[in-house]
Design a protein around this ligand. Structure first.
Ligand code: FES
Length: 152
C-alpha cells in the first residue's frame, strides 16, 4: 500500500522532530490515515532518529492505535461493568452478527471497524456504544440495525 509520506513529514515537522512527542505524533499520523501503516512508522522513526521498536511498543500498548487498516466508522462497544450487567454483550453479539465480523476487525468494504472497550464514561446510559464521536445509549438489540443504517 502506498501512502503519502509528505503527510507524515508534516506531522513530525509540526512537533519540531521532538521524540518526546512520539505519542502525539503517532496520534496525528493515525488521524491522517485512520491507522498506522508500517511505512509511516518507519518514516516517523527515521525522522526522529529512534529505533522502530519504540513506535511499535507504543502502537501495541495503547488500544487507540491500530496497526491494521480501519474502517470509515469506528464502533466501540462498552463491556464495562455497568454496561455488561445491562446487556452489553448482547449488543456486541448483535453488532458482530449485523456486520459479519468479530470485535477487533474491519468489514471487507472498510466501512466499519468494531472494537470492545471497558468504559465510555457514560455508565448511566448503559448499555452504550459509540460510532465515531457519537454515543448511543440505553440500547436494546433491535436498535442496532437502524443505528448502523444511519452512517454512510
Ligand atoms: S461501563 Fe459502559 S460507559 Fe461505563
Amino acid at each position: 500500500m502506498e501512502i503519502e509520506l509528505a503527510k507524515v513529514d508534516e506531522v513530525v515537522d509540526k512537533y519540531k522532530g521532538d521524540e518526546g512527542m512520539l505519542i502525539q505524533i503517532l496520534q496525528d499520523v493515525q488521524g491522517e490515515f485512520r491507522w498506522l501503516p508500517k511505512e509511516a512508522l518507519e518514516r516517523v522513526c527515521k525522522k526522529l532518529s529512534i529505533p522502530i521498536s519504540r513506535a511499535y511498543r507504543i502502537a501495541t500498548f495503547y488500544t487507540a492505535f491500530s496497526l491494521e487498516p480501519r474502517g470509515r466508522h469506528l464502533v466501540n462497544v462498552c463491556l464495562g461493568t455497568a454496561c455488561h450487567v445491562r446487556g452489553g454483550s448482547r449488543i456486541l453479539e448483535k453488532l458482530e452478527q449485523s456486520l459479519d465480523i468479530t470485535a477487533g476487525h474491519t468489514t471487507p468494504d472498510q466501512k466499519y471497524s468494531l472494537e470492545r472497550v471497558n468504559c465510555l464514561g457514560c455508565c448511566a446510559l448503559g448499555p452504550v456504544i459509540t460510532v465515531d464521536e457519537e454515543a448511543h445509549g440505553r440500547l436494546v438489540v433491535k436498535d442496532i440495525d437502524a443505528i448502523l443504517d444511519g452512517y454512510e
